[in-house]
Every structure is written in structure tokens, then in C-alpha cells.
Design a protein around this ligand. Structure first.
Ligand SMILES: [Zn+2]
Ligand SMILES: [Zn+2]
Length: 348
């Protein structure tokens, strides 16, 4: 079978690797129909994630079950499934309380197991706990990209908005215009926000997608200029909610400066070089909540809305390529020539 392999900084290729097969009774093998390239895969791609060369890569995939271990109860050959970006047992205290990212027996693709999402087939451990089954058999081709967002970016956007407590009729600021920020716009709209202000960059494709998803105002200012631009727009009133989807020190700084006294900042950006101004948080009673999103928890809650076309988060995939063109997909994402890339194994 073919799969994407990270060879070193700025070098990924599609290689022939050992065929996926059931190894434990709780495994299934999934034939991948669509896999995503994630912003966090770019950390690996750029050599900033301490990943061993030769590792497989990718943690977002949907597909069809083609082989089932003898202990698997919840799915059969032919079922369509969504794989969250982390596998989990479904039975421990964290899985049962809606926090499968803290599963005591779980782990990440290509870290705790060698398997990863960008390939023709994937052996999925603890399949009953890990996978989310798509009801009704094979989905229409049109729905597949949105189903794929349930692996990571849509649950992550929803987590940020949920933790920020975005409420009906409110004003929400979303920091970030990548796939997660875009999904946070969808989530804020879904939560009933009346005005959504996005702090993004200079790319017109991101601005138009944000507007398509429901942003009322898209600002390209950064740092204190962004804070000033928002407050000018709101005539000095601090926004009801701030949602942080980037993870840099600058982004957190902006979030803290914009946060309304008494509010909670929702954050899902993987933190890099963040020093929080805790004195300001203290003085203004600002809370911080969020972290790594449990896609396995959120995906079933969002699945019906995706299948019935009420959530069209698949529009974040602005490029679709064959699996063999994975190197090009990474290049396009690295150079910000596409928001997010979808890979389709040729075997389909
Ligand atoms: Zn991802
Ligand atoms: Zn667990």
C-alpha cells in the first residue's frame, strides 16, 4: 500500500509501506477515501515538531471499513467511518466523561502507533472507542469533505467557541483565519452570535471564506492595531467573547487585551511561545478555557448537521489532490496558496 512519509524538513514523499492488517482483535482496517493535510502537519513538514524522518504522517481521514477484528462490536465491513485525530479506548474514566483526548490507553497517529492517516489504508487500534460510524452507508461525494472536517478542525472550532461561552445575540471576536478559525466562525454562527469579527491576514481567499461562513467584519491588522480596530468598530465596548485559534504569543496577547472583564477566552491554538499577562487576567476576572479538542466527543454531536447539509465546513478544503501528489499539497499549504488540502487515494 502507498502512504505519505516525512523524510526531513520540506521533504515528504509517497512510499510503498507494509500493508495494513488487523493485528489486535480490537482493530479494524479502513480504506481511506479522503485524508486532510492539517496546519499541525506543517510543523512536522517544516522540521519544527521533533518527528523522526521516515515516520508516516496525517491524522485526519474518513473511509470504509474493509477488515474487522474479532472483538469489534460497533462496525462491520462496508461501514463508513470518521477517524478523530487521536485514538482512544472509549471505556476509561476520561473517555466516559467526554474527554477522550486524555484517554489512558489512547495516543496519536504516527506517534503511539506507526500508522497515520495519509495513505491508502490505516490499521485503527481500539476501533470501537476510536471511530465514529457514519449512519446510512456511503455518503454522497458532496458530503465527504465536511465529514472529513469532523476528524479535527470542525470539533476544534466548536470546542473553542463552546469554551468561550459564545451566546445568542452576542459579539464574538475570532482570532485566526486558518481552517480552525474558519470552523470557529461556523460554530459561533451556530451558537447564535449576532456579530462575528475575524482577525485574519492578508489573503483574500481566507477573507471571502470567512464572509461565506458568516463573518460580519474581517480585519487584517495585527497586535495593538487589531485591538484598536476592534474597539473602534464597537465604539469602545469590549466584545462579549474572544476565541483564540492561532496559538502564538502575539495572538494570545491580542486575546487578553480584547477580552471583556468577567469573560472567558476560549483557546485551541497549539501554544508556541506564549506568556500570559496573568496580572491583567486577575484584575479583570478574565478566565481562559480550552485546549486540545476531543474530536471523538464532538463529532457525533455534529454529524447529523453535516450529513443534512446544515454545516458545510468542507469548504475549508480549497485544494483536492491525489494521494500521489501529497508533496505538492504540502507545498501549497506551506506557501499559503491554499487554506487546506484534501488528499484522495488513487485506489478509490
Ligand atoms: Zn488536524
Ligand atoms: Zn479511554
Amino acid at each position: 500500500m502507498r502512504a505519505v512519509v516525512f523524510n526531513g524538513p520540506y521533504d515528504v514523499s509517497v512510499e510503498t509501506v507494509p500493508d495494513a492488517r488487523v493485528e489486535q482483535p480490537s482493530d479494524v482496517v479502513v480504506a481511506v477515501r479522503a485524508a486532510g493535510v492539517c496546519g499541525s502537519d506543517l510543523w512536522t513538514y517544516r522540521g519544527q515538531a521533533n518527528v523522526t524522518p521516515g515516520s508516516r504522517i496525517g491524522h485526519e481521514f474518513v473511509g470504509e471499513v474493509v477488515e474487522v477484528g474479532s472483538d469489534v462490536r460497533g462496525m462491520a465491513v462496508g461501514d463508513w467511518v470518521i477517524a478523530p485525530f487521536r485514538f482512544s479506548c472509549g471505556e476509561c474514566e476520561y473517555c466516559r466523561s467526554g474527554l477522550p483526548t486524555s484517554c489512558v490507553a489512547g495516543g496519536f497517529w504516527s506517534r503511539e502507533v506507526v500508522e497515520a492517516g495519509q495513505g491508502e489504508f490505516v490499521r485503527v487500534p481500539q476501533a470501537d472507542g476510536t471511530l465514529v460510524k457514519v449512519p446510512g452507508g456511503a455518503p454522497s461525494a458532496e458530503r465527504i469533505p465536511s465529514l472529513l472536517t469532523l476528524s479535527d478542525v470542525l470539533p476544534t472550532g466548536v470546542h473553542a467557541v463552546t469554551k468561550a461561552g459564545v451566546s445568542s445575540g452576542s459579539t464574538a471576536v475570532i482570532i485566526g483565519d486558518g481552517a480552525v478559525g474558519q470552523c470557529a466562525i461556523i460554530a459561533a454562527r451556530r451558537a447564535g452570535a449576532e456579530e462575528i469579527i475575524v482577525l485574519g491576514g492578508q489573503h483574500s481567499d481566507r477573507k471571502s471564506l470567512a464572509e461565506q461562513f458568516g463573518a460580519n467584519l474581517f480585519l487584517s491588522e495585527r497586535g495593538d492595531d487589531a485591538v484598536e480596530a476592534v474597539l473602534e468598530h464597537t465604539t469602545g465596548r469590549y466584545p462579549d467573547h474572544v476565541v483564540e485559534c492561532v496559538g502564538t504569543g502575539g495572538s494570545f496577547d491580542t486575546a487578553v487585551k480584547l477580552a471583556r472583564p468577567g469573560s472567558t477566552i476560549g483557546y485551541v491554538g497549539l501554544p508556541h511561545g506564549v506568556n500570559l499577562d496573568v496580572a491583567r487576567l486577575f484584575a479583570r476576572n478574565i478566565g481562559i478555557a480550552g485546549g486540545v479538542a476531543s474530536a471523538r466527543y464532538y463529532a457525533p454531536l455534529l454529524l447529523d448537521d453535516v450529513l443534512e447539509g446544515r454545516l458545510n465546513s468542507g469548504a475549508v478544503f480549497t485544494a483536492e489532490l491525489g494521494l500521489e501528489q501529497a508533496a505538492l499539497a504540502y507545498q501549497l499549504m506551506d506557501e499559503r496558496r491554499t487554506i487546506k488540502a484534501l488528499l484522495k487515494p488513487e485506489a478509490v
